[in-house]
Structure formats: structure tokens, C-alpha cells
Write a protein that binds this ligand. Structure first.
Ligand code: 13P
Ligand code: SF4
Length: 346
């Protein structure tokens, strides 16, 4: 039963003590997040993983790229486990290293040495390593603006991987007009752009988050029509039109801060993953908090990590046969680390 599983998780956590560390992303289910030793957005979790030098086992409650990041930033003696290997990220899977290398070569023919690659942490370790090797860095939705500024201080153009929406929304925020942004289509291996290519400053990889793309301009119009007092806050992985129509946008951490600090009685339609929206609705009882899309938009891969998988992972440690170890090979790890360190310096 659930109670038995919860009791066993508590028991194992007590038994392992500081030998175990369990970070959890805000999108995780309540049944999992209740046991997390630290919760946070992608940036906070990366920092937490880098800071913990003590735990022998890091059981990562999140998705594959986050566990890889934890492995890259942790000590060689620390073992990172992901309770369910199917917990991937469809966006990270949209940029394959072979495709990126092919794109880099073609773009080089047009733009020479004027491009700096930046990758959202929502990417494979191989993509982070690619950025590390080419003077680039990683970024998260919390520091995207800062990192873009840094990148533009180094080179004229940015190749932004793999989320076109975060790239477009952030660049626009920095004052770069849409006319100076092109989309790279990895399937057709070409730029989607009308105009003089010399004007391009942002090259956006044609990836997106299948969860956040489901929030539409129509949703924003509907909630506003129903109740003009409702404020709309969305994650910058949402499309450009949705972010423009919203009152505010930001990382999961920013969304939480804004709603926690909002006045009593305020009403919020939130464009991000369902588990976080539901949790905020539960916690902020003196406000009205609901999903911008009535269909709720769960991240199915985040939700792969559930109580049974968590317990199974913990039992594997107790039995001295840790399962689902995430281990990035050394060649990739060292270059990916460069890209992550350039971000963590900021
Ligand atoms: P943040 O937690 O950095 O806002 O990222 C959201 C996300 O989509 C994680 O997969
Ligand atoms: Fe990937 Fe989107 Fe799920 Fe985040 S919410 S893990 S970006 S699919």
C-alpha cells in the first residue's frame, strides 16, 4: 500500500542518512517531492548537485538530463541514480549531437567564426560538451538573459539549442527584433529565414517543449474574457505569442515567487506543468491559482518517477546493487563541465 511504501522510504532514508541525497524538481509528483532533500528549478538543482560533496548516492527525482548534469558536477566517488530510465525529456531529444555537428559545419560556411553556441540545460550531455568545446555555455530559464548578454559580448551571433521558444523570448527581451532571428531546421538542414543572412543574430534550433507548447493564445483570451481580474503567468518555454500576451513570465522558481508574494485574493492562470500548478493552488489558499489550459498539461516523463520507482531505486542501494546509474563518459563529461562552469560562474 501507499502507506507501507512511504514508511519504507522513510526507513531507508533514515538508515542511509547523509550517504543519500535526493534532489527533486518542482514538476515532480507530490508523492515523490515530499521526500526530496532539496527542491528547486533546474538552476538551483544544478547548484545543489555541485555543492553536495558528501553523499555517496544521489537519487535524482527529475528527468534524465538533470541526472546527467548532477553526474557531471558531482565527484567521481558519487553515484547518481535515476529511478526510471524512461524519464527523458522530449525537448532534449530534439537536438541530436550528429545533427548539431552537421548544422555547425553548414552554418560555419555562411557565418565563419562569428557564432557562439549556447544550450539550455534541457539537452543531452553530448550537446553540453559540444558547447563546451566551442567556447559556449549552458543556461537555464533563470539565467537565460544574463547568459545571452555574456554570449553577445563574445560573438556576433548565437546558436541557441534546443528550445526555440526560450531563445526567441529571451532574445526579444534583450531588444533583438524578430527580424534578426532565424530558425534552423535540423531535418531539412537549412535556415528558415527571409532576408539578408548577414542580419541574423539569433539562430534558433527548431526544438520545443511538448508540455509548454500546449498553452495557447486562445487559452489566454478565454481566461481574460471569463474574468478580467485574472493575471496570467507563463514559463518562457511557451510560444512567443503566449509569452507576449501574458502579464509575467519566468522560470518555475520565478512563478512560485511571484504567486507566493502576490496579494490575497489575486487570481492566477499559470502556464506550466500541472504538478507545480496544483501544488501552488493547494499552498496558496488565499489566492486562486489554476492552469492556463483546462487540460492541465502534465509532463509525462517527469511523472514516470513515482513512489514505487523511487522505493525500488532506494532498495537497490540498500541491497548494494544500485540500479539505473547515470554515468556520463569522461570524454563528454570534461567538455560538458566547461559549459556548465561557464554558466555557474555568472
Ligand atoms: P526550470 O525549472 O528551470 O524553470 O525548467 C523547467 C523545465 O521544463 C524543466 O524541465
Ligand atoms: Fe522536457 Fe518539457 Fe518535460 Fe521540462 S516539461 S522535462 S522541457 S518535456
Amino acid at each position: 500500500s501507499t502507506e507501507e511504501m512511504e514508511a519504507r522510504v522513510r526507513e531507508i532514508k533514515k538508515e542511509l542518512g547523509s550517504r543519500l541525497f535526493m534532489p527533486g524538481h518542482y514538476y515532480q509528483k507530490d508523492e515523490v517531492i515530499q521526500f526530496a532533500d532539496a527542491t528547486g528549478d533546474s538552476l538551483q538543482l544544478a547548484k545543489t548537485a555541485a555543492a553536495n560533496k558528501e553523499a555517496e548516492y544521489i537519487v535524482f527525482c527529475g528527468v534524465h538530463f538533470m541526472a546527467e548534469t548532477a553526474d557531471i558536477l558531482s565527484e567521481p566517488s558519487q553515484t547518481v541514480l535515476l529511478p526510471d530510465l524512461r524519464a527523458g525529456c522530449s525537448m532534449a531529444d530534439m537536438a541530436d549531437i550528429k545533427q548539431v555537428e552537421a548544422a555547425w559545419e553548414k552554418l560555419g560556411e555562411t557565418f565563419g567564426d562569428t557564432i557562439l553556441p549556447l544550450t539550455y540545460v534541457n539537452s543531452t550531455a553530448a550537446i553540453k560538451a559540444f558547447c563546451g568545446r566551442h567556447e559556449g555555455a549552458t543556461l537555464t530559464s533563470s539565467n537565460a538573459k544574463q547568459m545571452l548578454k555574456w554570449a553577445f559580448s563574445k560573438k556576433e551571433r548565437i546558436l541557441f539549442l534546443p528550445d526555440q521558444h526560450l531563445g526567441r523570448n529571451t532574445a526579444y527581451d534583450l531588444g533583438i527584433p524578430l527580424e534578426q532571428m532565424a530558425v534552423w531546421d535540423p531535418m531539412l538542414e537549412k535556415l528558415e529565414y527571409e532576408g539578408n543572412v548577414a542580419d541574423i543574430r539569433m539562430i534558433l534550433w527548431k526544438g520545443y517543449c511538448s508540455v509548454h507548447e500546449k498553452f495557447t493564445l486562445e487559452n489566454v483570451k478565454e481566461v481574460r474574457e471569463k474574468d478580467p481580474d485574472v493575471q496570467v503567468i507563463v514559463h518562457p518555454e511557451c510560444t512567443f505569442d503566449v509569452v507576449q500576451a501574458a502579464d509575467e513570465n519566468g522560470s518555475t522558481n520565478k512563478i512560485i515567487e511571484v504567486i507566493r508574494n502576490a496579494p490575497k485574493g489575486s487570481k492566477w492562470a499559470v502556464g506550466t506543468e500541472m504538478n507545480l500548478v496544483n501544488r501552488l493552488a493547494q499552498e496558496e489558499r488565499d489566492k486562486t491559482v489554476f492552469s492556463l489550459n483546462p487540460n492541465m498539461c502534465p509532463c509525462l516523463t517527469m511523472n514516470r518517477i513515482d513512489l514505487p520507482h523511487l522505493l525500488w531505486s532506494l532498495e537497490s542501494i540498500v541491497n548494494n546493487e544500485p540500479h539505473h546509474i547515470i554515468s556520463v563518459e569522461e570524454e563528454i563529461r570534461k567538455d560538458a563541465l566547461l559549459a556548465l562552469e561557464r554558466m555557474l560562474m555568472h
